[in-house]
Design a protein around this ligand. Structure first.
Ligand SMILES: [Zn+2]
Length: 63
């Protein structure tokens, strides 16, 4: 099980997909949605909306 590279919290599937989308597809460091929001200075709810968007687009990184 992977953990957030910043806060050490256990990651759920979509956190990894979101890191890949937002930072780097080849990234080996993954972040939880809370830390991603902090890194990108945006709200968690905005990232959740993005996950929904990617899912609707049929992106394989999201479940
Ligand atoms: Zn974190």
């Amino acid at each position: 099980m992977s953990c957030c590279a910043k806060c050490g919290k256990e990651l759920i599937g979509n956190d990894i997909g979101l890191t890949k989308k937002l930072i780097n597809k080849a990234s080996k460091d993954f972040y939880c949605i809370d830390c991603l929001a902090e890194i990108f200075h945006c709200d968690v709810s905005l990232l959740e909306k993005k996950i929904e968007q990617y899912k609707n687009m049929g992106c394989v990184l999201f479940t």
